[in-house]
Write a protein that binds this ligand. Structure first.
Ligand SMILES: Nc1ncnc2c1ncn2[C@@H]1O[C@H](COP(=O)(O)OP(=O)(O)OP(=O)(O)O)[C@@H](O)[C@H]1O
Ligand SMILES: [Mg+2]
Length: 175
């Protein structure tokens, strides 16, 4: 519920105000932050199987709370729309250049027509199996990625779907 409310507030701020604003930290404790989000989602959805694969070898300058919000959106999607009883995997790496995080789930391929619109506000695909949502999670997540000078993308095959965040490890000079 608090995730839903923050998504609505962020959408309103984006339309009426300055958009997503970040509170950068020099060396965000991303392994801890990501593990905390995984454990929160697992508490809410005890049947979910969430695995982690972290290779965080470099500091990452970012807004840890915003990254947590993004991962929470991606994980709740993987739980809602992925194939039941299959693992969801959170991969995260950092090197001198980039922090790359992807959430992988098993499931049906997301059709190309859906992929084209999936990051638009209020867009929802066709198959929700009774799941309720506003269609804001991915839009806000993509805005969080952009605010960090990075991007959020999707690749989907008939076996697995990956949503991947890529951001530079250092705050862009313009921010
Ligand atoms: N991992 C996924 N596998 C398959 N389809 C997905 C996945 N993630 C998102 N989608 C599709 O993309 C649509 C948009 O996702 P988004 O997170 O923006 O909105 P939502 O989940 O419908 O609602 P909200 O996140 O606002 O509660 C979803 O309705 C769903 O159809
Ligand atoms: Mg969602």
């Amino acid at each position: 519920m608090s995730g839903l409310v923050s998504n609505i507030l962020d959408f309103a701020r984006g339309r009426l105000g300055p958009g997503i604003t970040l509170e950068y930290k020099k060396d965000a404790r991303l392994a801890d932050i990501l593990s905390q989000v995984v454990s929160e989602l697992h508490t809410v959805y005890p049947d979910s199987i969430i695995e982690t694969n972290f290779e965080l070898n470099h500091f990452v300058e970012c807004d840890g709370n915003r990254i947590a919000q993004l991962v929470s959106n991606l994980l709740s999607n993987a739980i809602a729309y992925g194939r039941e009883h299959t693992p969801i995997i959170v991969h995260a790496t950092s090197d001198e250049q980039s922090f790359i995080l992807s959430v992988e789930n098993y499931g049906n391929e997301i059709p190309a027509a859906t992929v084209r619109q999936i990051f638009q506000p209020f867009y929802r695909g066709n198959d929700h199996s009774g799941k309720k949502g506003l269609g804001l999670g991915l839009y806000i997540s993509a805005e969080i990625a952009k605010a960090h000078g990075g991007n959020l993308s999707v690749t989907s095959s008939n076996e697995t779907t990956f949503f991947t965040l890529q951001i530079p490890v250092e705050k862009p000079v313009s921010k």
